[in-house]
Design a protein around this ligand. Structure first.
Ligand code: PAF
Length: 281
């Protein structure tokens, strides 16, 4: 492999392109993205590529996972530079149109429970159903042996694992570590919205999570740390805090103290930009 990936925009073309690889028994890896690729995405693609004979990256800004007042229209779309970044890394870029994914009369949505309940769903009620619907469609289109998702969207990762288990889809779901800027800010396509001043505030999100991590490991109670975390984010300059939560790492159930593997998750806003992050305890 090498050079630029093949770009396909319909499921029919995609299936034709993958048929030979499948016949030859090559392992097919998929990394679903919404484009605006940064080093976090590229590290997922590298990991996927190292395990697969044929590496597919999908680029699709999925309208069904955005609420009416969210950033669908202004979500960064940088298709040409995304494809250039994938040179030598991906074999195929699948970049369908909205009409290809959601043809006229489309009337089906996947409803998700379990790990989808609470946290993000309390603030973005449409989100996981939109993600589950598009991810199921992408998996059915590509039929990969494995698909890789970032731990940056930790709740999403658990929802997708649940989806794949519940629907009995025959593939492995793999997780890639969150890539961070030198000051700890998790890489995200939405970081592009931040002004210089906002960017400084944004770096505090990870610092607050790391502080909670230290204290929960010292035995401090979760409820108090969640309040402390919210206050610290407001003090740092965040204009809104959706949640700061320490939860069971597998189920996202509430916990009182660190009596099992846990995950610290937070979502907070700086002006109109909403950032999320999480840390393993
Ligand atoms: O994490 C994302 O970029 C998106 O939610 C995903 C998984 C590509 C579905 O649109």
């Amino acid at each position: 492999m090498g050079g630029q990936p093949d770009i396909v925009s319909t499921v029919a073309e995609l299936r034709a392109r993958l048929a030979t690889a499948r016949k030859e028994g090559q392992r097919i890896g998929l990394v679903p993205t919404m484009g605006a690729l940064h080093d976090g995405h590229l590290s997922l693609v590298r990991e996927s590529r190292a395990r697969s004979g044929l590496s597919v990256v999908s680029i699709f800004v999925n309208p069904t996972q955005f609420g009416p007042n969210e950033d669908f229209a202004r979500y960064p779309r940088t298709f040409e530079s995304d494809c250039a970044k994938l040179g030598g890394l991906a074999d195929v870029v699948f970049a369908p149109s909205v009409g290809e994914m959601y043809p006229d009369g489309f009337a089906t949505r996947i409803e998700v429970g379990g790990p989808a309940l609470g946290l993000e769903s309390d603030f973005r009620p449409h989100f996981f159903s939109g993600v589950a619907t598009v991810v199921a469609k992408l998996l059915i289109a590509v039929m990969p042996d494995e698909a890789t998702f970032g731990e940056k969207d930790y709740q999403q990762l658990l929802v997708i694992r649940r989806l794949v288990t519940d629907l009995g889809l025959p593939l492995e779901i793999l997780a890639g570590e969150t890539m961070r800027e030198p000051d700890g800010l998790a890489m995200s396509s939405r970081n592009a919205y931040l002004s210089l001043d906002e960017r400084k505030i944004a770096s505090q999100l990870n610092i607050v999570l790391r502080d909670i991590n230290k204290k929960v490991q010292q035995g401090e109670r979760v409820a108090a740390l969640e309040i402390e975390g919210r206050e610290a984010l407001f003090r740092a300059g965040f204009s809104g805090v959706d949640y700061v939560a320490v939860r069971d790492a597998e189920t996202l159930a509430h916990i009182e103290t660190l009596d099992r593997p846990a995950r610290i998750l937070a979502a907070a806003k700086i002006g109109t930009t909403r950032l999320i992050d999480n840390l393993a305890v």
